[in-house]
Design a protein around this ligand. Structure first.
Ligand code: FNR
Length: 359
């Protein structure tokens, strides 16, 4: 029996296998106008292909809770009802293929208002649909990036409300699972890390103060997200900084608290908050961070980062290092990665009726 193709149940949602797609921005929505932030044909084709390919769960890319929370003007959003309707087409199709639809709810904080990566990713001014980014502290992400506006406590509370409104819309759009984006140097992570959080009020300084904003978002979203549906949190388990960064020890401590606050699964990534660090990448390089959280806390975990081979993925699940694997760029190369892996492991997987001759 393959561990990778064992179904997995969280709350009342059963996911058919452990091969999941992590959130990957497509930067392909309209930047303004009535359909701004709404998914279109590209998004439909992109997600539909991974669903017909047997992926058990798809986390739709970082979807902004407000226009200022987009990474680029071309990001998806869930701040209005036009967007809700447009997402329905995707969630309906995914469900029809047996794939569980999830969405990553995000606020980009000080890394907002940048160009699409294939255009260089530079910060954009107002003449190019850009805006001034928001952050815990008035500290720029990197040279050439603007100094962000330091959020007041009142503004923070407004953003907590934007996360809750976006979660309600995600539910109306047909998503079974929401993931809060607490990683990669975006707003929630900026609060967690002393590297980006220099506040001296109740939201900065001590560990307890730095996690306060994240827990307020978690509590507010959990209160509107139904009890029978799972809620995920994506974390950068380390900033990879020698000093002054968020650490793996803090991740373990925080994972236990997130679990107590109703988060069902931690999606364990790393980095993104400090541009100059050297990250020792290699096959499965982030798996040990996920495995440590799983070993030391009651939290379920998903592992991500250079997981590309069937045997490698099967082992991660069979060894109990993670409850699921997220396969990112390899799924961009091969939308049917899950079907290929299932063939290699002689395991059951969804095959669309139309493709029955390729079983
Ligand atoms: C990403 N990644 C990412 N992460 C995230 O939390 N939200 C996002 O929207 C995105 N967007 C995104 C776009 C693209 C094109 C790539 C390649 C990556 C990171 C992604 O989810 C994953 O963690 C990494 O790609 C590492 O996994 P792989 O690709 O090595 O399997």
């Amino acid at each position: 029996m393959s561990a990778l193709f064992e179904p997995y149940t969280l709350r009342d949602v059963t996911i058919p296998n452990r091969v999941w797609m992590p959130p990957m921005c497509q930067y392909s929505a309209a930047p303004e106008g009535p359909s701004a932030g709404a998914p279109g044909d590209w998004h439909f084709a992109h997600y539909a292909a991974r669903a017909t390919g047997g992926t058990g769960l798809i986390v739709v890319e970082a979807t902004a809770v407000s226009p200022e929370g987009r990474i680029s003007p071309y990001d998806l959003g869930l701040w209005n009802d036009t967007q809700v309707e447009a997402f329905r087409r995707i969630t309906d199709f995914l469900r029809g293929q047996g794939t569980v639809p999830a969405v990553q709810l995000a606020h980009s904080g000080r890394k907002a208002s940048t160009d699409r990566p294939w255009k260089g990713g530079a910060p954009l001014g107002p003449e190019a649909h850009g805006w001034r980014p928001l952050a815990p502290s008035a500290v720029a992400f990197d040279e050439g990036h603007p100094v962000p506006h330091e959020l007041t406590v009142e503004e923070l509370q407004r953003i907590v409300g934007e996360f809750t409104d976006a979660a309600r819309r995600a539910l109306a759009a047909g998503f079974e699972i929401a993931e809060l984006h607490g990683a990669h140097g975006y707003l929630i992570h900026e609060f967690l890390s002393p590297h980006s959080n220099h506040r001296t009020d109740a939201y900065g300084g001590s560990y307890e103060n730095r996690v306060r904003f994240a827990l307020e978002v978690v509590d507010a979203v959990r209160a509107v997200w139904p009890d029978d549906k799972p809620l995920f949190f994506r974390i950068s388990a380390t900033d990879w900084l020698e000093a002054d960064g968020w650490t793996a020890d803090e991740t373990v401590r925080f994972a236990a608290e997130l679990h107590a606050h109703g988060i069902d699964l931690l999606d364990v990534s790393t980095g993104g908050n400090a541009p100059a660090v050297r990250i020792p990448t290699g096959p499965g390089y982030q798996v040990p961070f996920a495995a440590r959280v799983k070993a030391e806390t009651p939290m379920a975990v998903a592992a991500v980062g250079l997981i590309t081979e069937t045997g490698q993925a099967e082992k991660i699940i069979a060894n109990g290092e993670a409850d699921a694997v997220l396969v990112g760029r390899e799924l961009l190369r091969n939308p049917s990665w899950a079907r290929h892996a299932a063939r290699e492991l002689d395991a059951p997987v969804h095959v669309p009726d139309q493709y029955h001759r390729s079983v």
